[in-house]
Design a binder for this molecule. Sequence first.
Ligand SMILES: *Cc1c(COP(=O)(O)O)cnc(C)c1O
Length: 394
Amino acid sequence: MENSRDYSDATKSVHAGVGMNEHLAVVPPIYQTSTFKFHDSDHGASLFAGKEKGFIYSRMLNPTVLAFEDAVAELERGHKGIACASGMAATHTIFTALLDQGDHVICSKAVYGPTTTLLSEIFSKFGVETTFIDTSDIAAVKEAVKPNTKLIYVETPGNPTLVISDIAGIAEIACDVGVKLAVDNTFMSPVLQKPLDLGADIVMHSLTKFINGHADVVGGVVVVKDERMYQIMRRALNHTGGMLAPFDAFLVHRGLKTLAIRMKTHCLNGQKIAEFLEAHPKVNWTSYPGLPSHPQYEIAKKQMSGFGGMIAFGLKGGLESGKILMDNVHLLQLAVSLGGVETLIQHPASMTHAIMKKEARESAGISDGLVRISVGIEDVDELIQDLKQALDMI
Ligand SMILES: *Cc1c(COP(=O)(O)O)cnc(C)c1O
């Protein structure tokens, strides 16, 4: 879509990203090809030298993937996107592109588990050091900066407690000390939060979640602000090889068309279910950015245009209550992942984190009664009815 920077997100979701589409297809076609022909040797040389626009090899760039990258970049109000094989491939691209041996990273403590592992077990092998802190505490971010800090990596709202970090506040610190700020915007999608507008340098998403929204693709994307950063990221991805496949790009692009309308329903349903849980006698606490009881409710209102579909809550009775709830829901599905049209429920202490010791879980912010719901777009009263009957079994 040309000159579309001023359109609303609902319009952009539907129309953004036509890529290089010579036949004017309404939907960018799937270029299921690994490589592209050159007219002659001069053409090949000019493509490789970057003098002419075109395609060479699908690890480097593919028209179907490019159309999708353009669409996400428009929604994030960034310069360009780089689509990756998974959210972790996107995070890995950011780290490989920006970090050198001896560099220091500041990362949110409440962050997607594999992101912690990538820094503390993989990048540490190459001499990159990370400090994990509570990035909702601005003073702590400032204090954690070292002379060799290169990157601040923030997830907000963060896993699993939905703690919220002030993006503009952290961007100011990053700018003052001359380090880059990257934000994992997966929980919000570009429709509910625009980190680049708030001063971040880089945004990443797991496409697997809200952007695709249909639980049928694993993918990721990085969005950057300028051509220099784009070239750095593209080069890193091209040489590590974790790009998104054309067919997956087509599916995610199809999902993107309904992103704005889906997010509206995720927000409406999320708010209603959070209010239901907060008032329920078997629930100790409920963490949802749209509840005035959320510790960063004011920041949430300032930097988010909706509160999303992710809820964390604590059950009275801990582990046993969690198991009973899991075993008695019918409409809510027991599964990890999030952001799809279907509502998913997960109890870390008895499922994903069951092999960890209780103390280790608790130091990671996961109490025995913690339950996470990714609220889908089903009828909200039917979802509440299902939760209610399962809670009654406790
Ligand atoms: C799922 C997720 C990731 C990783 O994405 P994958 O597509 O599973 O690799 C990163 N960050 C957040 C917040 C996520 O929810």
